[in-house]
Design a protein around this ligand. Structure first.
Ligand code: GDP
Length: 357
C-alpha cells in the first residue's frame, strides 16, 4: 500500500507524533493480527459514515480505511552529500509515495532547536535543499545518457527536454512538486524525490492552533502542499485518555477533534486516495482506491477475481442512501444507479458489485 514518509529536523516532535500514531487503540481493535514493522504506523481513517451504515444494515463490525506513515529517521542536513546515513535517509524517502514533513512551531526553551530558533520557513528550506540537491545529482547522472539516446532516437527527445526543464527548476531552488511538475510522465523513470506530493504537519502550541491568521500564513508558505496543525504533545496525551477525558482535554485547548484525525485525512488526500463503502450484516467497510479508479478497479481491491469477472456495480451515494433509509427504498426512489466498467468511482459511493466467478 502507499506510504507517507515522515521527515523533519531533529527535535521538531517526529517521535512524539509517530508514537501517538502507532499507539492508536482503534487500530489494534480492528486489526488484531496485523503485523506492523516498528517504523510503520498504520492509522485508521476516521469515517463517521461507517457507523451510520452499520446502523442501517445492522453490521457487526466497522472496518475503516487506513493510511500508512513510515518514520524516516536519520540525518537531514548534508544528506545529499551522500555517505552512509545520508544515502539511507534518501533511499528511505525514495521508497515513500509522499513526504510528510513535521515542522516545529511550538516555543519551548527546554527543547533545543538545531538551528537556534524556531523558523518554519527556514526548516522547510533546509529539507527542500537536501531533496533538491539529491534530484540534481540524479539528473546530472541521467542527462548524458538521455542526450545520447535523443541523438539517435527522436522519440527520446521529450524525455531529454523534460529532464532539462526539471534541472532548470531545481537549479532555481524550487521543488518539482511546487512547480507542478509532479505528474510529468517523462520524468517518472528517474524516480525523483521532489516530484512526490508534500504534506506539512505544523507542530504548534495552543496559541498558534487558535490563531487563524497565523495558520493561513503557514498554509500559504507550503502551498500547494497540504497543511495540518496539531500539538504533538497534546496528541500523545489524548491517546492515553478515555473518551470522556479526551473530549474534555480537546475542549480545554479549543480543538474540535484530535489532530491525528485531521492528519489521517490529509495523508489519505495527499496520497491521492479516496474510499468507497460496502455494508452488510457482517461489516460496514471503507475500501481504499486511487482517485480516478474505475468500477472494475474498485472491485479488484476486494478480490482480484472481482475485477476480472466484473459485470456491473449497483451504486448509491452515501447521502442518498441515508435519505432513503435503506437500499431498497433508495432503489424505489430511483437513487440507485447501475454502472458499467467505464464508471469512475466517487468518494462515498456505496456499492454492491455484480460479477461472474
Ligand atoms: P524528534 O527529534 O523530531 O523526533 O522530536 P521528539 O519527538 O523527540 O521531540 C523533541 C522534544 O520536544 C521532546 O522533549 C518532546 O517532548 C518535545 N515536544 C514534542 N512535541 C512538542 C510540542 O508540541 N510542544 C512542546 N512544548 N514540546 C514538544
Amino acid at each position: 500500500s502507499l506510504t507517507l514518509g515522515i521527515v523533519g529536523l531533529p527535535n521538531v516532535g517526529k517521535s512524539t507524533l509517530f508514537n501517538a500514531l502507532t499507539s492508536n487503540d482503534a487500530l489494534a481493535a480492528n486489526y488484531p493480527f496485523a503485523t506492523i514493522e516498528p517504523n510503520v504506523g498504520v492509522v485508521p481513517l476516521p469515517d463517521s459514515r461507517l457507523a451510520t451504515l452499520a446502523e442501517l444494515y445492522g453490521s457487526e463490525k466497522l472496518v475503516p480505511a487506513t493510511v500508512s506513515f513510515v518514520d524516516i529517521a536519520g540525518i537531514v542536513k548534508g544528506a545529499s552529500e551522500g555517505q552512509g546515513l545520508g544515502n539511507k535517509f534518501l533511499a528511505n524517502i525514495r521508497e515513500a509515495d509522499a513526504i510528510c514533513q513535521v515542522i516545529r512551531v511550538f516555543d519551548d526553551p527546554d527543547v533545543v532547536h538545531v538551528d537556534g530558533n524556531v523558523d518554519p520557513s527556514s526548516d522547510i528550506e533546509t529539507i527542500n535543499t537536501e531533496l533538491i540537491l539529491a534530484d540534481l545529482q540524479t539528473l546530472d547522472k541521467a542527462l548524458p545518457r538521455l542526450e545520447k539516446e535523443a541523438r539517435t532516437n527522436k522519440d527520446k527527445r521529450p524525455a531529454l527536454e523534460a529532464a532539462n526543464e526539471a534541472k532548470a527548476i531545481l537549479d532555481g531552488g524550487t521543488t518539482l512538486f511546487t512547480a507542478k511538475k509532479a505528474d510529468v510522465p517523462e520524468l517518472r523513470e528517474l524516480n525523483l524525490l521532489t516530484t512526490k506530493p508534500f504534506l506539512y504537519v505544523f507542530n504548534a502550541d495552543e496559541g498558534v492552533l487558535s490563531d487563524d491568521a497565523r495558520k493561513q500564513e503557514l498554509r500559504d508558505l507550503v502551498a500547494p502542499g497540504d497543511a495540518v496543525f496539531l500539538d504533538a504533545k497534546v496528541e500523545s496525551e489524548l491517546i492515553e485518555l478515555d473518551e470522556e477525558s479526551a473530549r474534555e482535554l480537546l475542549e480545554s485547548v479549543g480543538q474540535p477533534e484530535p489532530g491525528l484525525h485531521a492528519l489521517a485525512r490529509a495523508g489519505f488526500h495527499t496520497l491521492g486516495l479516496q474510499s468507497y463503502l460496502t455494508a452488510g450484516p457482517k461489516e460496514a467497510r471503507a475500501w481504499t482506491i486511487p482517485q480516478g479508479a474505475t468500477a472494475p478497479q474498485a472491485a479488484g481491491v476486494i478480490h482480484t477475481d472481482f475485477e476480472r469477472g466484473f459485470i456491473k456495480a449497483e451504486i448509491v451515494s452515501f447521502p442518498d442512501l441515508v435519505d432513503a433509509g435503506s437500499m431498497s427504498a433508495a432503489r424505489s426512489a430511483g437513487k440507485v444507479r447501475m454502472e458499467g466498467k467505464d464508471y469512475v468511482m466517487t468518494d462515498g459511493d456505496v456499492v454492491e458489485f455484480r460479477f461472474n466467478v
